[in-house]
Design a protein. Structure first.
Length: 310
């Protein structure tokens, strides 16, 4: 059973890119206005706290917020994200919002003063989410989320599906569903073959393959039939149809040769672990090794073309 893949999101058109650029500029402007409006409130608080130069506190906070925001985006871009960095702008903004709320004389004034600085963090979180999703899709390391409706309708089986995705690094939700369907069919075949105590009667290797989701119903290893009872005709053994279940193991060099031939015309962005695993038919760990090797070869070839070396 081949794994199904979710349709790719179409790229943004020129009008959409222009609209996104205008929205980004407007967001930066609104965030800057929010930080500027908090200058007086933070300066007054710095004066009460005994600062010799009260203006340095709001300026320092207002500069630190975008600096840590940009640092978080760059870390995500380089696939080196730190979880705590994204919370630094939140903490600084919370301090600014609290000082602005305290400076207001009425409820409406407190809400107005506290909302403006918060806009910057909201826009930065949207940008960070876009970065994380795009980089995760390109590297194949970001795990797709399971639909909330599935959690609501079948919580135990959904939790087991999420657990298997996490344990075995299955990042694609569509691939996880395909593996789950295959696993359930193989489990039904084992129960039909061995009866109610199929877990105890199934060979250990088959139980492990079933747990890994790699035991397909049509390709499950054949089990030797039991000895016939006296006076009872033996059951006919069905001949295997299609390809044999066990194939000679391929070495890393064989996988690399096959991957080079299959991905000769692929762009670099398409060289992900999931795509290579489906094309070559290997494990997730081997797919990550193939991805890193092929990308290193592509980057080395581009550097050689740029430098002019043969």
């Amino acid at each position: 059973m081949s794994a199904t893949t979710s349709p790719a999101v179409p790229p943004l058109t020129r009008p959409e890119l222009g609209l996104a650029g205008l929205a980004a500029l407007a967001a930066a402007g609104v965030g800057a206005l929010g930080l500027a409006t908090s200058f007086d409130a933070v300066s007054e608080a710095a004066t009460r706290w005994g600062f010799g130069a009260p203006w340095m506190l709001p300026v320092g906070i207002d500069i630190a917020i975008p600096v840590f925001t940009v640092a978080n985006l760059l870390l995500i871009r380089m696939d080196m994200a730190l979880a705590w960095v994204r919370f630094v702008p939140w903490v600084l903004t919370a301090i600014t919002c609290w000082l602005n709320v305290a400076a207001g004389h009425s409820l409406s004034a407190k809400l107005a003063h506290g909302t403006m600085p918060l806009l910057w963090v909201v826009f930065s979180e949207i940008a960070a989410h876009i970065y994380a999703v795009r980089i995760g899709a390109a590297t194949g390391r970001r795990m797709e989320k399971i639909r909330f409706s599935r959690w609501l309708l079948a919580f135990p089986s959904t939790f087991a599906l999420w657990r298997r995705m996490t344990l075995w690094e299955v990042t694609s939700y569509a691939d996880a569903l395909a593996l789950e369907r295959t696993r359930l069919l193989a489990r039904a075949d084992l129960r039909e073959k061995h009866g109610r105590n199929w877990r105890r009667r199934t060979p250990r290797r088959e139980r492990v393959l079933l747990k890994l989701g790699e035991l397909a119903p049509a390709n499950s290893p054949a089990v030797e039939p039991p000895h016939p009872v006296a006076g009872q005709a033996p059951k006919p053994v069905r001949k295997p149809t299609g390809k044999p279940s066990r194939k000679p193991a391929r070495t890393t060099a064989d996988l690399m040769t096959e991957a080079r031939a299959l991905t000769a015309g692929w762009p670099v962005e398409r060289l992900t672990a999931d795509a290579l695993r489906k094309a070559v038919g290997c494990s997730q760990a081997n797919a990550r090794t193939l991805r890193d090797t092929l990308r290193a070869e592509r980057s080395g070839g581009q550097l050689a073309l740029v430098s002019g070396t043969p």
